[in-house]
Design a protein around this ligand. Structure first.
Ligand code: A2H
Length: 253
């Protein structure tokens, strides 16, 4: 992390009704999990969304009448970025922990999976972004490692009450080619650095640094509409399209 604020793209993942019991009072209102990402051009590859089971989240009102689920910390930041009805004020509609919204069906913009699910990731940090992370296992080593853990460990799924059909059918989607790393660069990197699980932090850091640079400087898009174009050249374009479609916002911290 350098000096000055980091700019993220907040991706709006629509929660499908019927809502889980902790959100029952929000019936009929549009509710979104909002995920902070540095890689908007990878949203074609979303397979699930991560929340941390033991972490606190809130449901908050936004200026546009929608409801966002995020950490209180990020909600406060949003309230100073013109996202709430009143500047500097957060209206809390519900308090919950990640566990309360695990296994929830979601609609994710640009993903080729029509419905994806919120799943547990244990390494989400409280003090970064919104505490919600959208998962692109093709291009993010953390996401690949966490999804592989859930796929390989039935006890882990059981512990969090996640049924098989919310995990097993979801495979990394080839969306970007990275020369030398192929079209699933996070999978390749997890192999190269011998990442054993989502808790293998040092190896994951190496895998992440490697793929993050390579993806940005050398990545070439494979998806319809952007085929053959460099990641560098389309990142801003895709970010702007998501914002225009009301599927994303800019957020700084
Ligand atoms: B990125 P930075 Cl494809 N805890 O989005 C842990 N990780 C978090 C987080 C939190 N509270 N909030 C956001 N993140 C993740 C896509 C992606 C990301 C790809 C490749 C690399 C990558 C899909 N997941 O990040 O510390 C989010 O994952 C590699 C760094 O601010 C977000 O972007 O640099 C990134 O970490 C922000 O991390």
């Amino acid at each position: 992390e350098g000096v000055g604020p980091q700019e993220y793209t907040l991706i709006k993942l629509k929660v499908k009704e019927p809502y889980p019991s902790k959100l029952a009072s929000l019936k009929g209102k549009p509710v979104f999990l909002v995920a902070a990402t540095l890689r908007p051009e990878t949203m074609f590859g979303q397979t699930n969304c991560w929340v941390r089971p033991d972490m606190k989240y809130i449901a908050m009102s936004t200026k546009s009448g929608e409801v966002f689920i995020t950490t209180r910390r990020a909600a406060r930041n949003m309230s100073y970025q013109d996202m709430t009805p009143e500047n500097g004020k957060v209206e809390v509609l519900a308090e919950l922990i990640g566990q309360d919204i695990l296994g929830t069906p979601l609609e994710a913009p640009l993903s080729s999976y029509k419905t994806i699910y919120s799943l547990p990731m244990l390494t989400i940090k409280e003090d970064k972004g919104t505490g919600v992370v959208t998962s692109v296992p093709s291009d993010a080593p953390d996401d690949y490692a966490a999804l592989r853990d859930l796929k390989n460990k039935p006890q882990l799924r059981e512990k969090y009450g996640i049924t098989d059909e919310k995990v097993l059918p979801f495979e990394p989607i080839p969306i970007i080619d990275v020369p030398g790393y192929g079209n699933l660069c996070a999978v390749t990197a997890c192999d190269i650095y011998k990442v054993a699980s989502q808790n293998d932090r040092d190896k994951l850091t190496e895998a992440k640094e490697d793929t993050y640079k390579k993806g940005f400087y050398e990545g070439v898009m494979l998806v319809e509409g952007f085929k053959g174009q460099k990641v560098q050249d389309v990142k801003k374009i895709i970010q702007n399209q998501l914002i225009e479609q009301n599927a994303a916002l800019l957020y700084k911290e």
